[in-house]
Design a protein around this ligand. Structure first.
Ligand code: MN
Length: 405
């Protein structure tokens, strides 16, 4: 018979006005939910989700635990659809429960969102759950390191949450309970402010679960307290209820054979097969929506800028044998090629030598009018040089002009 000792604490933090986190700590069922949504919607979401979880957990099975999370999701969706004040509310949920796995005790774990369950075993802390967040996805894809993800400005963007979509993918695990193991369930308000080494050291140092929770919250507030902070600590204790840490002999794992349940080292614990039919669908939360909107805006602004620089300028250049005015930039900007606006009477051959290089490469002008006067000026210069030197070569070029046209 597996027995637990536990403690829990939750705090608004030093910045937020309200605490939208909720926790549940009853014998054999422990959970944390981190709600989101305007006004009081986040509080309603996290509270309602845990209420549904508790109501739905009627039999000690991991499948029952998963189903009650799915039920909680449906309840949240219908409540937020029915009540405009609750529209858009959502919540994370991570829960652990004592379940029966083929006649043996096991710890069933379920997770949706970016709250976490850690397991401290033999003094080593390991994160069991996988965050359903944008940065965690990028980290898995190798686009961010763990250190970069920990300080990324978009680290609060979720890829899965309860209350957003009618169906939700719930990750689940089954872990063999070992006397002396310590579980920590917490919201992101803890691990965003306190690094894992300090969490780990605190869990090792303070034996009393309630006291350890309070210390973790103190550390998170000391680190900034920018979000609500919630911790639930659950210790697996022996039948006599003794503190296993007091007796090193009790820390040795008993070997378990037979049955389907095998204990895996925390680092290699894998989620069970996804249960929802829409395995590849991510639920988009409003935070994802805001991120995408900002991303699209930046892209559009970039295109608009390129289009503007590519088209809202003029230059004088060469079109065949004539000097002409073009709309755009000499050589074009990316895919935007300059367009011929108007050809002038002036032949390239008659452009004064001093301006020839410029004209061949394109002389940028702020407006069509200034481009026209630039050409008019060239024509004038050409006429002056033609009249001042009444040589035959100039008159020949005049003749050429007539023929060419
Ligand atoms: Mn949070």
């Amino acid at each position: 018979m597996t027995r637990f000792a536990w403690g829990a604490a939750s705090d608004t933090g030093r910045v937020r006005q309200a605490n939208e986190d909720s926790f549940l700590a009853v014998d054999g069922l422990f959970a944390v939910a981190d709600g989101m949504g305007g006004h009081q919607a986040g509080e309603v979401a996290s509270h309602l989700a845990l209420e549904c979880l508790q109501d739905g957990f009627t039999a000690a099975g991991t499948d029952v635990l998963v189903r009650s999370v799915e039920d909680a999701n449906r309840t949240l969706v219908s409540r937020s659809t029915a009540d405009p004040e609750l529209a858009g509310m959502g919540t994370t949920l991570v829960a652990m429960a004592l379940v029966d796995a083929n006649g043996r005790d096991a710890i069933g774990v379920v997770n949706v969102g970016d709250s976490r369950l850690y397991l401290m075993s033999d003094g080593n802390l390991a994160q069991i759950t996988e965050d359903h967040s944008l940065v965690a996805t990028m980290e898995r894809q190798g686009r961010l390191t763990a250190a970069e993800a920990a300080v990324h400005p978009q680290r609060n963007i979720l890829t899965r949450a309860l209350g957003i979509d009618g169906s939700v993918l719930v990750d689940s695990w089954e872990i063999l309970p070992i006397i002396g193991d310590r579980y920590l369930i917490c919201s992101d308000g803890l691990f965003n402010e306190v690094d894992e080494n300090r969490i780990s050291a605190t869990l090792r140092r303070i034996a009393d679960p309630s006291e350890a929770c309070r210390e973790l919250i103190r550390l998170a507030n000391e680190g900034g307290g920018r979000d609500n902070i919630t911790c639930v600590i659950v210790d697996i204790i022996d039948d006599a209820g003794r503190d296993p840490n007091a007796d090193p002999a009790n820390r040795v794992r008993t070997s378990h054979t037979g049955g389907d349940l095998t204990y895996e080292e925390p680092s290699s614990v894998q989620p069970k097969e996804p249960r929802a039919p829409s395995a590849l669908r991510s639920s988009f939360t409003w935070r994802v929506g805001v991120f995408i909107a900002a991303f699209v805006f930046v892209i559009l602004a970039g295109f608009a800028f390129i289009w503007w620089t590519g088209t809202k300028t003029w230059y004088v250049g060469v079109s065949g044998q004539n000097v002409a005015i073009f709309h755009g930039k000499p050589g074009g900007v990316l895919w935007i090629q300059p367009e011929l606006a108007e050809e002038s009477e002036l032949l390239v051959a008659n452009v004064p030598q001093a301006a020839m290089f410029d004209v061949e490469n394109g002389v940028e002008q702020p407006s069509l009018g200034s481009a026209r006067s630039y050409i008019a000026n060239l024509i004038e210069q050409n006429a002056k040089s033609a009249s001042s030197t009444s040589s035959s070569s100039t008159s020949t070029s005049s003749t050429t002009t007539t023929i060419a046209r």
